[in-house]
Design a protein around this ligand. Structure first.
Ligand code: NCD
Length: 337
């Protein structure tokens, strides 16, 4: 795909060579993400960071990534603070905001809304999550994390064995991740969820057609026993019209250290797109896993910065200009040990 000057709306836009290109730009950006160097390559550029739904990681890491490349960030953080609350259409909002920005990231609760917005935008739009549909940048950072974690055990994405746990019906992070994994060969996917929260049939069929070996189960212990990666998700309660339903599923699938020790192969990596639901009736990833070196959830969240920097670099066509404005860092980075 041609990244430059294009929208990033769905993970379906990517093939393997696009992923390779993105990851090699991300590797080049690691010194900037980890504050060994700074660059001003996007000096003067403005990101419109439009979040019409709650977000911590996605909004802040998109904003920080743009800042790390030298650009400025303008934000909307709730529908109530924009003219959508006065009945303005997405198309009009897109017309206006794209006049103030060089690129826009948008999250919105409605499926297909970001695409609709992009159709009226005069600048590239990146989907930061549209309802329960897709979350492409999350899938890219998840894939990057999986590759990095696997490489430490001399494994690769081809031949991956992964368990996806939780709300597979409404989880947009899962939807995009499943689709991108269908680009790899000899993948085994254990889908672990209550019957009512199974992966949508359309995505399931797409996986099977691509040759993924799919196993569906409701049994956590069974599903996590022979995998390289366990990807846990929370019940997406904001998608349920009847909150009683969400309450029924919360806490049904919950991983802790003793379940891990009893069932998993050594070095099985634990991931979660976060936020994990830490309320005692949910607790899908117990805090007793903190000491487990295979808990990769915070490394995964950190990778959001470098992957989003790489996305901006490719879409704005500056991936070969980063070094030109490179400087050393003036301040002390991090804490003393
Ligand atoms: C995910 C999302 O918003 O879809 N979070 C994220 O972006 N890291 C997952 C979730 O909210 O459960």
């Amino acid at each position: 795909m041609d990244f430059s000057g294009n929208h990033i709306l769905s993970i379906d836009q990517f093939d393997r060579s696009d992923i390779d290109k993105l990851f090699s730009v991300a590797d080049k950006l690691e010194p900037y993400a980890s504050k060994q160097k700074i660059t001003r390559v996007l000096e003067g550029a403005i990101l419109g960071n439009m979040f019409f739904e709650p977000s911590t990681r996605t909004r802040i890491s998109f904003g920080a990534s743009f800042n790390l490349l030298g650009g400025n960030v303008r934000e909307i953080t709730e529908v109530g603070s924009s003219s959508l609350a006065k009945g303005e259409s997405l198309a009009d909002t897109a017309q206006v905001l794209s006049g103030y920005s060089d690129i826009i990231v948008m999250r919105h609760p409605e499926e297909g809304s970001v695409k609709k917005f992009a159709e009226a935008s005069r600048v590239p739009v990146i989907n930061g999550g549209d309802g329960s549909n897709e979350h492409p940048s999350q899938a890219l950072l998840d894939l990057y994390t999986i590759e990095k974690e696997l490489s430490q055990n001399n494994k690769s994405l081809d031949g991956l064995r992964i368990a996806l746990v939780g709300d597979l019906k409404y989880g947009r992070a899962v939807h995009s991740l499943c689709k991108v994994l269908s680009l790899y060969s000899k993948v085994t996917m254990n889908l672990i969820s209550p019957e009512e929260l199974k992966l949508p049939i359309k995505i399931l069929n797409q996986l099977k057609a691509s040759g993924i070996n799919v196993i569906q189960t409701e049994n956590l212990e069974e599903g996590i026993s022979e995998v390289d990666i366990i990807y846990v998700t929370r019940v997406q309660e904001e998608r349920y019209t009847n909150k009683e339903d969400a309450n029924r599923y919360r806490g049904l699938l919950s991983l802790n250290q003793s379940i891990y020790t009893a069932n998993c192969e050594p070095n099985t990596v634990i991931m979660h797109p976060l936020p994990r639901d830490s309320r005692s009736d949910a607790n899908e990833l117990d805090t007793d896993l903190y000491e487990n070196p295979n808990l990769a959830i915070f490394r995964q969240a950190d990778n959001g910065v470098v992957i989003r920097m790489a996305l901006f670099s490719l879409v704005l066509g500056i991936e070969n200009k980063i070094e030109e404005s490179s400087k050393s860092v003036n301040w002390k980075v991090g804490l003393n040990n």
